[in-house]
Ligand binder design. Structure first.
Ligand SMILES: [Zn+2]
Length: 211
């Protein structure tokens, strides 16, 4: 999706398995699935899977607070809502390690600080590219934005399809889970919340759940 975040080298992460150990673990899972890791079509699969994991889980090497803190600028005067909508994200459910694919809508009402809009997309990625549950990811995005930018308010809505629901378990395809977190004026001022919801096309957030 967006450009690559910086990576932590394996040697920097204490206790992290080696690449060989990770590839061996994939061979075990291939055998668990009932296949033979030594057959020709699967010989390079462990290496590919391990490389894919570096992409899927790149978020662990990104500090989301630092991502925003490095880049905000102080402005006075602009006091309208800033919304970045339809930010596609790919995440992985922490219960089954299968994809959660969805869209995030991120908005804030600035105080004195604004941040480049691409940083909002990177913020979403920093939390998406980890093992997640959607509720937690929603809170993490909103709270980080709130803490670093100290805006008048923050609104975050995530809409996503969970492959652990469509390809296993209850096998329900086409189901979208919607989660939201509203802080500051997005929580206390119904007209601010309404404006946000109408900009993002009212994705079914009627009662706003906050934790
Ligand atoms: Zn799951």
């Amino acid at each position: 999706m967006s450009s690559k975040p910086k990576k932590t080298r394996q040697s920097e992460a204490p206790g992290r398995p080696t690449r060989d150990e990770a590839e061996d673990a994939v061979r075990v899972l291939l055998r668990w699935a009932g296949d033979d890791p030594q057959r020709e079509g699967l010989l390079d699969t462990p290496a590919r899977v391990v490389r894919s994991y570096e992409e899927f889980f790149a978020g662990y090497a990104v500090d989301p607070r630092e991502l925003l803190a490095r880049t905000f600028s102080e402005v006075d005067g602009y006091d309208e809502m800033i919304v970045l909508k339809d930010i596609r994200f790919e995440s992985y459910c922490e219960h089954h390690m299968v994809p959660i694919i969805g869209r995030a809508h991120v908005a804030y009402l600035p105080g004195h600080r604004v941040v480049g809009i691409s940083k909002l997309a990177r913020l979403v990625d920093a939390f998406a590219k980890r093992l997640q549950i959607q509720e937690k990811m929603t809170v993490q995005i909103a709270d980080t934005l709130n803490e670093v930018l100290q805006p008048e308010g923050v609104g975050v809505i995530l809409e996503a399809a969970h492959q652990c629901m469509s390809t296993r378990g209850v096998h329900k395809a086409g189901v979208t889970m919607v989660t939201s977190r509203m802080l500051g004026t997005f929580r206390t001022d119904p007209s601010t919340r309404r404006e946000f919801l109408s900009i993002v096309g009212n994705p079914g957030v009627v009662a706003v759940a906050n934790t």
